[in-house]
Design a protein around this ligand. Structure first.
Ligand code: HPA
Length: 273
């Protein structure tokens, strides 16, 4: 259930600690993508553990803080670490940071993640712009009583990932000679990686990359009226398409190697929108 009082309490705590800073853009940094901005741009840092009763990120490589930054005159809140369903949280808790960022003032939501390449043409290190997603394998965060102040009961999901943003990202990629793949992201619950049979199922369903996050956040972003875009770092070929067992360390390492390209895409994007 959407708990507006709680979201407002979190937002108030944060506002008390960031003065008159109003973020316009919210960014979620996925595994291995915590360092897209320079330290010098950071105005304030609020750790999740310091916000009373806030869900905590327990994953290696996910720090657990909101960074408040100014980049080329744009105010940004950057989530260094997200909350995952597989950590045992409810879906409502998982999407809480997105709702709180909306209450702080964001209009634009940029999501990043690490994923396994389900599309056999994808290689480790590829960057995929998310064009659409499949979230049917995890519960919806909107189940339970709806709070109309946040969004409508039955939100439309025709275009979660803004077409205009996708066009902009494609242009930026071309200008900077970055090979940007496009495709459908499917959210699995995790924390286990998929079996080869599950990956074949995801191929049949039309997915190009599989991960354990993001779709729920994007869906809620759309519900909240945010303009959303998503970048997925293909850190490995999905299970059954590669010879080696999957490991989180490999996922993190590969994601880190794409930091410069992802930062280039996101920074140019922020300057444009
Ligand atoms: N599956 C699910 N999530 C992932 C993967 C994967 O292969 N790689 C990185 N995150």
């Amino acid at each position: 259930m959407m708990n507006m009082d709680l979201y407002q309490k979190y937002a108030e705590y944060i506002k008390e600690n960031i003065g008159d800073f109003i973020p316009a853009v919210g960014i979620v940094g996925g595994s291995g993508l915590g360092n897209l901005f320079d330290e010098a741009d950071i105005k304030a840092c609020i750790e999740y553990r310091d916000i009373p009763d806030f869900p905590q990120s327990t994953v290696e490589g996910h720090n657990g803080c909101f960074l408040f930054l100014e980049y080329k005159g744009r105010n940004i809140v950057f989530m260094q670490g997200r909350i995952h369903y597989y950590e045992g949280y409810t879906m409502q808790q998982v999407v809480t940071p997105v709702i709180v960022m909306k209450l702080l003032g964001i209009q634009i939501l940029i999501l990043t993640n690490a994923s396994g390449g389900v599309n056999p043409t994808f290689e480790a290190g590829d960057i995929m712009m998310i064009t659409d997603h499949i979230s049917s394998f995890v519960p919806s965060a909107l189940m339970g009583e709806n709070d109309e102040r946040l969004g409508e009961r039955f939100p439309d999901m025709t275009e979660i990932y803004s077409k205009a943003f996708r066009k902009t990202l494609c242009r930026i990629a071309a200008e900077n000679h970055i090979d940007l793949k496009k495709g459908v992201y499917v959210q699995a619950s995790g924390p286990n990686y998929e079996t080869p049979a599950e990956v074949r199922m995801f191929q049949v369903l039309g997915a190009d990359a599989v991960g354990m996050s993001t779709a729920c956040e994007a869906m809620v972003g759309k519900y909240l009226g945010l303009s959303v875009c998503g970048l997925s770092i293909v850190t490995n070929k999905a299970c059954g398409l590669c010879d080696t067992p999957l490991s989180h360390t490999e996922v993190q390492k590969t994601a880190e190697t794409t930091t410069a390209k992802v930062a280039c895409l996101i920074k140019n994007f922020i300057e444009t929108v």
